[in-house]
Design a protein around this ligand. Structure first.
Ligand SMILES: C[S@@+](CC[C@H](N)C(=O)[O-])C[C@H]1O[C@@H](n2cnc3c(N)ncnc32)[C@H](O)[C@@H]1O
Length: 469
């Protein structure tokens, strides 16, 4: 018989929460042991139930609050605490910014172990609500019931349209109002749910792989253009055309109304046909007069206003005078590449996803930008001696890798090619710190500028300027 680990679920009483750390958790200490706790705020005094015990740390959840922190504010969303979307709503925005800045500093100091300049104060987002331009909602026939709903005697329609309960692929929280995306996002979602319920359209059951209405994507661009994509499980023509026509008539502001028949085991549709029912098959975002075409499969930064601030800082740190050859690594749909193209001689953009590179080329074309070249493929293969021979040694490299940071071969290539400046944009200060150390034999950190792209969440973006030693 397996031995039950002793004291695994022990209760720790009267624990003061110290600070917010990575992944939105808070840190506390007990008997020289570090404890990571979710759902609390620095300054709370709580009783904790240990949920995980490791040699060097514990994980725990609060079971009783003895004192509430002064840093707490009243969360504005009725779904706070159940929905996984905005986990930091219980602390004020200034406090959120303070801890995001601290998270960047701690990571760069502890992991990076490189000499650091003064940090610029984190650039907060002007909008702290309704700042996203894209949300994706999932249907479910047995929506999550909150504790209050379970206790109440009321009957609830379990057909839900909303977000996943954190960590649960099969549990969907029915959303009444979401503060992340501007109008008419809430109105469209509620109307699709109402229509589906009223017309007896089956909400898709992911466990049984049965049902019809599967997933809803809403994109609200800063040009006022509006895309709605409905994913359904079966090609039921009558039902599809019925709901499409209803949306077209009810929301004339939709400029791109599309649907996907997705009978696969998962919700991804990059390999499926997207059918445009009404309007154009794309929308546009805009920055400094540059139009970015966004198709149903295109990536675009989700906080568009703050992306503009991020790109302006990136361009400023790149120190462009008009003469430079710039490599934009991990270019996505070529947004940074096209954004800086008018301030330099030439830009080479590299990205893994072929359809994103197609978007990048279209975005150059529709803006009459002629000094960009884009390549699709794995960075470690494309950023080669041959590429550098063909285009020349870059004066500036802008790099914006995914959360995992840069591959060591890419770092080795950067050290070999040795551009004068590297502007490193990152959504994960821990991997950025690791990469800075690897680059440190030939680069010094000249500027550090954190930016908040996602208010009410623990995520933080950071720009670092590296100059050749
Ligand atoms: C943080 S996003 C950058 C987005 C872009 N700079 C922008 O602002 O819109 C990271 C990008 O790296 C791409 N990517 C991830 N792994 C890659 C690899 N091994 N080689 C090339 N690109 C990769 C992803 O597809 C994604 O588009």
């Amino acid at each position: 018989m397996r031995k039950q680990k002793k004291n695994k679920f022990e209760i720790l009483e009267n624990i003061r929460i110290e600070e917010m750390v990575a992944e939105g958790k808070c840190l506390a200490r007990h008997n020289n042991m570090v404890i990571f706790v979710a759902g609390v705020a620095p300054g709370d005094v709580v009783d904790l139930r240990v949920t995980r015990k490791k040699k060097s740390f514990l994980e725990a959840v609060p079971v009783a609050f003895r004192e509430y922190s002064e840093l707490r504010v009243e969360p504005f969303c009725e779904h706070f605490g159940v929905c996984g979307g905005c986990k930091w709503q219980h602390i004020g925005y200034d406090t959120q910014l303070h801890y995001k800045q601290k998270q960047v500093k701690d990571n760069l100091e502890r992991i990076g172990k490189v000499a650091l300049p003064e940090f610029g104060p984190i650039l907060g987002s002007a909008k702290t609500r309704y700042y996203r331009n894209k949300l994706e909602f999932t249907f479910s026939p047995n929506g999550w019931l909150t504790n209050e709903q379970i206790k109440s005697v009321e009957e609830f329609d379990r057909n839900a349209l909303g977000f996943h309960i954190p960590g649960r692929f099969d549990k969907i929280l029915d959303i009444q109002h979401c503060y992340l995306q501007p109008d008419p996002s809430n109105a469209i979602r509620l109307e699709v749910r109402r229509y589906g319920r009223e017309h007896g359209l089956e909400f898709f059951d992911v466990v049984k792989q049965a049902g019809f209405l599967r997933n809803l994507i809403i994109r609200t661009a800063n040009t006022g253009e509006l895309m709605v994509i409905l994913q359904v499980f079966r090609n039921d023509r009558e039902a599809i055309l019925g709901i499409m026509e209803h949306l077209k008539v009810t929301f004339p502001e939709i400029t791109s109304l599309q649907y996907v028949v997705n009978s696969k085991g998962n919700e991804t549709y990059h390999d499926l046909e997207v059918v445009c029912y009404h309007g154009l098959p794309y929308i546009h975002e805009e920055m400094e007069g540059i139009q970015f075409r966004v198709g149903p499969k295109s990536f675009y930064q989700t906080n568009a206003d703050q992306a503009y601030e991020l790109y302006k800082l990136t361009r400023e740190l790149a120190g462009l005078t008009g003469d430079e050859l710039v490599y934009d690594l991990y270019t996505g749909a070529g947004t940074i590449a096209n954004f800086v193209a008018r301030q330099c001689r030439e830009v080479i953009g590299i990205e893994y996803v072929p359809s994103a590179i197609e978007d990048a080329k279209i975005n150059s074309q529709i803006n009459n930008i002629t000094n960009t070249t884009f390549y699709a493929g794995d960075m470690k293969d494309i950023l080669s001696d041959e590429l550098v021979e063909r285009h020349g040694r870059p004066n500036v490299v802008i790099t914006d890798p995914p959360r995992a940071g840069m591959h060591e071969d890419v770092i080795a290539k950067l050290l070999q090619v040795h551009p004068g400046r590297i502007v490193y944009v990152s959504c994960n200060p821990a991997t950025q710190a690791r990469d800075l150390e690897l680059l440190s034999p030939k680069y010094k950190v000249a500027r550090v500028q954190p930016v908040d792209m996602f208010p009410q969440t623990h995520h933080v973006e950071n720009i670092v300027l590296l100059t050749a030693k």
